[in-house]
Design a protein around this ligand. Structure first.
Ligand code: GSH
Length: 196
């Protein structure tokens, strides 16, 4: 497998998955500053010119969460996705899709500098993030993982989102969520990716 990867981007999500699953893979670094993601050879892999992308034999897949879901199903015996017949499959989809539809736009909007967005827009983003943060706090109090007893792909994605949120100050005063991020980042697979 080849993972098209740029450090400190959403590329870390599939890399974390690959490390959790113990799948051998090759990293192909894409230099965004050098505009390598706009070169025709890369656009044949990801027609929208973004990272990450994964090539697995004849299969090419982009979108970080789709790649993680693909990998979880590819190695279903590792239990990082509930089987299609499991009642946990519903919350699995629910939490995974909530991240790019609601959390990522809120973190991104909040992180923008004044001038790029109005203060009212930033405040709306903070409130939207806070609503989800409260919900996650309740889910994880039952947890300890997003799907209950077991670590799953949802934790890779929610953990990645919350790590990003923490880096822009959105987890201040949210010790339970910060502790969850710390627990996830202490996993050997995560340490190999983030080194922190
Ligand atoms: N929804 C996509 C977003 C991909 C994305 O925005 N990637 C950024 C890095 S995090 C990128 O490639 N930026 C360069 C560009 O869009 O020109 C995913 O989750 O993979």
């Amino acid at each position: 497998m080849k993972l098209y990867f740029t450090p400190r981007t959403r590329s870390t999500r599939p890399r974390w998955m690959l490390e959790e699953l113990g799948i051998p893979y090759e990293v192909v670094t894409v230099d965004l500053d050098a505009k390598e993601h706009r070169e025709p050879s890369y656009l044949r892999i990801h027609p929208l010119g973004q990272v990450p992308a994964l090539v697995d034999g004849d299969v090419t897949v982009f979108e970080s969460i789709a790649i993680c879901m693909y990998l979880a199903d590819r190695c279903s015996e590792r239990g990082l996705a509930p089987p299609a017949s499991s009642p946990l499959r519903a919350p699995y989809y629910q939490w995974l899709l909530l991240c790019p539809s609601m959390i990522e736009p809120a973190i991104s909007r909040w992180s923008q500098h004044s001038g790029e967005v109005t203060e009212a827009e930033r405040e709306k983003a903070r409130t939207r993030f806070a609503d989800v943060a409260e919900l996650f706090t309740r889910v994880l109090a039952v947890g300890p993982y997003m799907l209950g007893d077991s670590f799953s792909t949802v934790d890779v994605i929610v953990g990645s989102n919350l790590r990003w949120a923490r880096s822009v100050g959105l987890l201040e005063g949210r010790d339970a969520l910060s502790g969850y991020v710390d627990r996830l980042l202490a996993r050997p697979a995560a340490r190999r990716v983030f080194g922190d």
